[in-house]
Design a protein around this ligand. Sequence first.
Ligand SMILES: *Cc1c(COP(=O)(O)O)cnc(C)c1O
Length: 814
Amino acid sequence: MGTPPVTVDGFVREFLHELNSNQGVSLSNSSVNDQYMALASTVRNYLMARWLETERLQRENPHKTVGYLSAEYLLGRQLGNDLLSSGLIDIAEEALNQCGIDFAVLRAQEVEPGLGNGGLGRLAACFIDSLATMNVPCIGYGIRYEYGIFRQTFVDGRQVEQPDSWLSLGSPWEFAHPEHGVQVNFGGHTEKTVDENGNEKTTWVPDWNVLGVPYNYMVPGYLNGRVNTLRLWSAQATKAFDLQIFNSGDYADAVRAQTFAENISKVLYPEDSTPQGKELRLQQQYFFVACSLHDFIANQLEEGFDLHKLDERIIFQLNDTHPVIAVPELMRILVDEQGFGFDEAWEVTQKCFAYTCHTLLPEALEVWPVSLLGRLLPRHLELIYQINDAFLEDVRAKFGNDEMRVRRMSIIAEHPERSVRMAYLATVAGSKVNGVAALHSQLLRDKVLPDFNEMWPMKFTNVTNGITPRRFIRLANRSLSTLISDSIGKGWVNDLERLRELEPYAEDAEFRKAFREVKAFNKERLARTLEQRDGIQIDQNHMLDVMVKRLHEYKRQSLKVLHVVTLYNEIISGRLDPADVQGRTVVFGAKAAPGYKMAKDTIHLINKVAEVVNADERVQGKLHVAFPANYNVTLAEKLIPAADLSEQISLAGMEASGTGNMKFALNGALTIGTDDGANVEIREHVGDENFFLFGMTEPEVADLGAKGYNPGSHYEGDERLKGAIDLIASGAFSDGDRRVFEPIVSNWLTSDRFMALADYASYMDAQAKVEASYADEDAWTKSAILNIARSGFFSSDRSMKDYIREIWHTMPVL
Ligand SMILES: *Cc1c(COP(=O)(O)O)cnc(C)c1O
């Protein structure tokens, strides 16, 4: 540790010292992994003093803390971020140079911790970054999955999942604290007793338990000397399990028990936007919130702290419903362990939670069968019933004996199976409920939780999502960052509204030229990356048209495929003269949930279309499709800065916010998008003339759905659409086998739940406008610059200010 290595020489010394003492090698016989580990330790050591200082400050002068409860954190690589935050990035690069080491090679050695599926997990990572940068006390709580989101590969164009063993080469960013392990109980039954004062007391008698071991990660703020903590829990067998080894005499059985315990944090469920109703998933959820609540109450509060005032010290933010079981857990702690009365405990609990909803899809709302919950967490189920009884009494008091309403609002659903509606529990318990973009929050009030909105209109609020400019601009797009800083100074990195000062530069020919050079540089970098990583070649003179996000029907990758196949079909059939076509490379990146057949079929289709299109000389130089496997944060950081066009084409009313859309706009890509999620606000900020809007609005979608949607009529009524679908149906992309994509084709023609066909014509028109605009280089560049200049609102720092003002009422600590 010792003195910070602020000079290049000092950094070299520290680095070599780490290489020798930690890795046990000299520079000359060190591997890239040794060098990466030593560099990581050097940065870590530098941040350590600040981490301990942040902890000391909090201990001596405790402030209200945000307890961010999230089952996912999609962190991305740590090395670059931690160097940037500590102001050491240039020094480190120079120091490694002196050692004859290429910094980029060491950065590439890091396996990103993929402890999340997509947007929701990435949002959590952006938020904790912003809170640290804004000096707000926060502990991020989550699960240290041994295997994160699967590594995607393609075999014959189909997705094949490989385990993500991100820990196999060592994880230099974590600090394990087995001595602070927390016992977590499961199963058993409850017992009622009456104490000497005649009060009924309930005791939970569990029948098995596991140990939660905390792993701490640094969350450094940007150049402010603050380092917050991310605490991820890992499941281990408890001593009780070890004892069984002796008692049972069956060694193999005992080891199996050990494995059973460790399974809880073994793997991230790869479902995004659809919950997995598996018992292990509920175990994971309870496991991490039980550890986290215990940690906060037992370790972060001073001894003897009066828990009636708990809300003065913590606000637990529920990132979707995954951590909602924390609500009855806090009730259990207060009532059973601390002797609170139910009402008294409920009053405290309601002030300590707030809930963020991330969806509008009915199938994405999590429910747990009462039978399962009662078996795994019998005491929690009792408390949920009690919460529900009290709540429904309030409903009756407010609305009279409107039993239909009572049934609609009950936390317990009766059909198709008696279950707990986790979103309702969160809404009843939360001091606030927020959606993640203006449109989404409105729809949440009007369509998902209208009865609750009627009961508590003040509970509902909006916080539009954001992204951290540190990772997604400053780190990912260094050349753009330099251009911006050279023009308006460096202040924008933690004050993103200052990008406004770039507006006049849109009119500056010199600046536009420099901006185009930045794009060209990023395209070249991407081309090199894709060549190395996937053996994919891309034409750097093409318009780069990018659609990267999880594969889901509502996001409508299939609409994008229809566009590609239409272009292809129009050219090869001679209806479109290739000379009139702007060269375009369409890049897809998307993982599908392993059990989601339609999504996996779509991946297969994209790969087969790419194969055929890329091999056809008739479209050479005009149309190219690239689908690099395993889209993740690391690839996003390369792809987004190179993009010209950002595809945000979900059916209106389906995408809660989107954050990919924000990353693209802030890197100077123009959006083609529907009036959905945060697209609405992006368009408002950047201006209609700098955004390609298409498709039905949400009310139009609702109308069409109510009237009865007939996709076949769109197919019959549009020659180009019919041509594209027929070409796919003909087997042109499946070696003549018409069966391969039959499920996709018949879905389009008979159901098309997300109305791709209804928006097709409008989408094609908007793409024609894109093409015309791109031909005017200066006009396009101006729009791109204005997209950057006017998107400062989409910083996650702004999201955090909104949460603080509307929901948390916490203060920065200076
Ligand atoms: C930002 C991000 C997402 C979210 O993208 P959307 O387009 O908002 O769905 C998903 N995955 C990764 C790796 C990201 O960086």
